[in-house]
Ligand binder design. Structure first.
Ligand SMILES: Cc1cc2nc3c(=O)[nH]c(=O)nc-3n(C[C@H](O)[C@H](O)[C@H](O)COP(=O)(O)OP(=O)(O)OC[C@H]3O[C@@H](n4cnc5c(N)ncnc54)[C@H](O)[C@@H]3O)c2cc1C
Length: 446
C-alpha cells in the first residue's frame, strides 16, 4: 500500500474496528486503512475477549449496533444466527458473541472494498508525525508510513493500584486459586461483576470481599423507555449540587407519575458529554471523587438475571460488600494483606486474603500508562495528559494536543483514551458516534 491516502489505526478492538468500518463506507478507492492489533484477533479487544457465557454485554442488543444510523444492525445479525433465541432486541448476549459480530463487521467492510483494508498482527511501539504524514514504529523493528494515524488503544491492561501485587481478573497473573481461598475485589462496578463471574465459573467457594467507596452493587436494567428531556431544561455549567438536586427532583416527578428512575438516567444520556464539558476542572474533579461511584451504579447497569445471581451471593454471605477506601497492600506469607479505611472512620483495617483483584475502572492515570505508544507520545511531548490525567488531551476533532499546546494535524485519538474531553465515551453507543464523526473528518484530510 502506498502512503497516498492510507490511514493507520493502532488498536483493533471495538474502537479501531468501528473507525475502520466507518471509513470503508466511503467509496473513495484511494482511501485505504491499515489496522494494527497486537493480540491477533481484530474486533474483540479487551472488552469482548471474555470467554464465559455470563461475561455479558451490559447494553441491550438494540443499543449495540456498529452503526448509529442502522440501530438494528447487531440485532439482525443475531437473528440471522438464531431467530428463536433473539426474537426480542432487549437481550444481553455473551460478550464473546459481540466480539464475533465486530470481527464480522470488519470482514464484511473489507470484502465490500477489496484491497482497501490491511490488517497487521503486530504491536505498535511509537507513532510520530513527519513532514509528509505519519510513521508508526512496530515491535518487529520495521515501520509503516501513512497519511494519518488514529490511536484506538483502549483500556489500560495494568492494574492502576496495588503496587504490582493486585491482579487484573483474566490476565496471565490470574492463576488458579484454591476454591476456599478468601479474595478481595477492589471496585464494585461492572469489572467487579466480571471477576465474580470468573470466580463462580471456577466453582470458587471462599469468601469474596468487595471493597468500594459506596459499598453498593450496580443496579439492574429494566426495559423502560428513556425520558424525553428538552435540552433547554438541562442545567449545563451549574454546580454539581444544583445538578444533583435537579436530577433528584426529576426522578421524584417521574416516579410520582408511575415512571422509573432509569428513564431519567437514560434520558439524560444524550447530554452527558455536554454536561461534562460545561464544568470547570474543579467540578470535574469533584464529580470523579464524590459523584462517580453513585453515578456508575445507576448508569452502568447489569442484566437483571446476573444482578439477581450476584444479590443471591451477597444474601448467602459469600460476597461481602464493604464501603471503604483502599489504603495499601503488601505481601504477607503466601498471600496478600490489604489495608482499608472503612467509610466515615479513621480506622485502618488489615485483611488477609489469597489475592486482591483490581477492578477500579476509570481510576487510571495516563501518565503511568503501560502502553508503549502512549508512553512514547507523552515522553516526546507529542501528547499531554488531559486535566484529570484520565486520558490524552484532544481537541474537538479528537486531534492530539502536544505538551506545548500544538494540535497535531495527522494524529487522532478515539475511544476511552478521549475520556478527559468526553467522559461518556466508554461504551459502544458513544464510540460509534465518535468514530462516524472522525471518519468524516479523516476522509476530508488532504
Ligand atoms: C471488561 C469490559 C466490559 C465492557 N462491556 C461493555 C458492554 O457490554 N457494552 C459496551 O457498550 N461497552 C462495554 N465496555 C466498554 C468498552 O470500553 C467499549 O465497549 C469498547 O470495547 C472499547 O474498545 P476499545 O477498542 O477502545 O478498547 P479495548 O477493548 O481495550 O481494545 C483496544 C485494543 O487495542 C490493542 N492495542 C493496544 N495498544 C496497542 C499497540 N500498541 N499496538 C497494537 N495494538 C494495541 C489491544 O490489544 C486491544 O485489542 C466494556 C469494557 C470493559 C473493559
Amino acid at each position: 500500500m502506498s502512503a497516498g491516502k492510507t490511514g493507520i489505526i493502532i488498536g483493533g478492538g471495538a474502537s479501531g474496528v468501528l473507525l475502520a468500518a466507518h471509513l470503508l463506507r466511503n467509496p473513495d478507492p484511494d482511501l485505504r486503512v491499515v489496522l494494527i492489533e497486537r493480540q491477533g484477533r481484530f474486533g474483540p479487544g479487551l472488552a469482548y475477549s471474555a470467554l464465559g457465557r455470563d461475561h455479558r454485554v451490559n447494553v441491550p442488543a438494540r443499543g449495540m449496533s456498529a452503526f448509529a444510523d442502522e440501530p438494528e444492525h447487531f440485532w439482525h445479525w443475531l437473528q440471522r444466527r438464531d431467530p428463536a433465541t433473539y426474537a426480542n432486541s432487549w437481550t444481553f448476549v455473551p460478550r464473546r458473541l459481540y466480539g464475533a459480530y465486530l470481527e464480522d463487521v470488519l470482514r464484511q467492510a473489507g470484502a465490500r472494498q477489496p484491497g482497501r483494508l490491511r490488517v497487521l498482527s503486530e504491536e505498535a511501539e511509537a507513532v510520530r508525525q513527519t513532514a509528509a504524514g505519519v510513521e508508526v514504529a512496530l515491535a518487529n523493528g520495521t515501520s509503516l508510513a501513512g497519511h494519518w494515524a488514529a490511536l484506538a488503544v483502549g483500556h489500560e491492561t495494568q492494574p492502576a493500584r496495588g503496587k504490582g501485587i493486585a491482579v487484573r481478573a483474566g490476565s496471565d497473573r490470574d492463576t488458579p486459586l484454591d476454591a476456599d481461598d478468601p479474595v478481595m475485589i477492589l471496585g464494585s462496578g461492572l469489572s467487579m461483576v466480571d471477576a465474580w463471574v470468573s470466580l463462580s465459573m471456577a466453582q470458587h467457594r471462599g469468601p469474596i470481599i468487595v471493597v468500594s467507596r459506596n459499598g453498593q452493587l450496580p443496579q439492574a436494567h429494566e426495559d423502560v423507555p428513556p425520558l424525553a428531556i428538552d435540552s433547554a431544561d438541562v442545567p449545563l455549567g451549574t454546580s454539581l449540587t444544583y445538578l444533583m438536586g435537579w436530577l433528584r427532583e426529576l426522578v421524584r416527578e417521574t416516579r410520582a407519575s408511575g415512571g422509573d428512575w432509569r428513564s431519567v438516567i437514560d434520558g439524560l444520556r444524550p447530554y452527558n458529554q455536554r454536561l461534562w464539558q460545561s464544568w470547570p476542572a474543579r467540578e470535574k474533579r469533584q464529580f470523579l471523587r464524590h459523584v462517580r461511584p453513585w453515578w456508575n451504579i445507576h448508569r452502568h447497569r447489569l442484566p437483571p438475571d446476573l444482578h439477581a445471581g450476584l444479590q443471591r451471593a451477597v444474601n448467602a454471605g459469600q460476597v461481602t460488600l464493604i464501603a471503604a477506601e483502599f489504603v495499601g497492600i503488601e505481601r504477607s506469607g503466601g498471600g496478600v494483606r490489604a489495608t482499608i479505611r472503612p467509610r466515615g472512620t479513621d480506622r485502618r483495617d488489615r485483611i488477609d486474603v489469597a489475592r486482591v483483584y483490581d477492578c477500579g475502572g476509570v481510576s487510571v492515570d495516563v501518565r503511568a500508562s503501560g502502553n508503549p505508544v502512549v508512553r512514547h507520545l507523552i515522553q516526546t511531548g507529542a501528547a499531554r495528559p488531559d486535566d484529570m490525567h484520565i486520558g490524552l488531551d484532544v481537541d474537538e476533532n479528537c486531534a492530539l494536543i502536544g505538551a506545548g499546546g500544538a494540535v497535531s494535524s495527522r494524529i487522532r485519538v478515539v475511544g476511552p483514551l478521549t475520556r478527559g474531553r468526553y467522559f461518556e465515551i466508554e461504551a459502544v453507543p458513544d464510540i460509534r458516534v465518535q468514530c462516524a464523526r472522525i471518519a468524516d473528518s479523516l476522509q476530508a484530510m488532504r
